[in-house]
Design a protein around this ligand. Structure first.
Ligand code: SME
Length: 150
C-alpha cells in the first residue's frame, strides 16, 4: 500500500479515538503491508518494555523486555530507530519467530521522551528502508497521544 494512503487511513482510525484504536492501527499495518509479517506496540513502564496490541501469526514469548536488551531494548535506550536487515547477523537480536529475517523498531515519543515503540518483524531479509522509517515515525507521532504508559 502507498504510504500516503496509509497515513490518511490511520489518521481516520485514530480520529474516532476508540479504546481499540491502537489495535486497529496495528491490524491495519500488518494486513496492508506485505512485508510487515508481525506488528506490535511495546509500552515503556518502570524501565521495561511491555507488549501491548500486536498482530501476526503467533504470540511472542518476549512480552516483557528490559530497556537495553534486544533490538527493542536498544531502540528504547537510544530513542533512535533500529533497522536490522539480517537478524541472524545481529547478536543483540532476541528471537521470537523462526521465520523472521529482518526487523525495524521505531520509538514512540511524548515530549521527546520515549514512551513506547512500534516493532515490526519481516519474514523477508532486508525488508525495511529509510522510507519505512520515515513513514513509521509519522505513525508513531500519531499514536503518541493514544499510548498511556503511566
Ligand atoms: N526481536 C526483538 C524482540 C521482540 S519480537 O521481535 C516480537 C528484539 O530483538 O528485541
Amino acid at each position: 500500500m502507498d504510504y500516503d494512503d496509509a497515513k490518511e487511513k490511520i489518521k481516520h482510525i485514530l480520529s474516532k479515538n476508540k479504546e481499540q484504536s491502537v489495535q486497529q492501527v496495528v491490524d491495519f499495518l500488518q494486513s496492508n503491508f506485505e512485508l510487515y509479517s508481525w506488528v506490535g506496540i511495546y509500552v515503556v513502564k518502570h524501565n521495561m518494555l511491555y507488549l501491548g496490541p500486536w498482530q501476526g501469526d503467533q504470540a511472542t514469548e518476549h512480552s516483557k523486555i528490559p530497556i537495553g536488551q534486544g533490538i527493542c531494548g536498544a531502540a528504547a535506550k537510544t530513542g533512535k530507530t533500529e533497522i536490522v536487515s539480517d537478524v541472524h547477523s545481529d547478536n543483540r537480536y532476541l528471537s521470537c519467530f523462526i521465520s523472521t529475517r529482518s526487523e525495524i523498531v521505531v520509538p514512540i515519543k511524548k515530549n521527546s521522551k520515549t514512551i513506547g515503540e512500534i516493532d515490526i518483524d519481516s519474514d523477508t531479509k532486508d525488508a525495511f528502508t529509510k522510507e519505512d522509517d520515515l513513514f513509521l515515525k509519522e505513525i508513531a507521532d500519531m499514536l503518541s497521544e493514544h499510548i498511556h504508559n503511566q
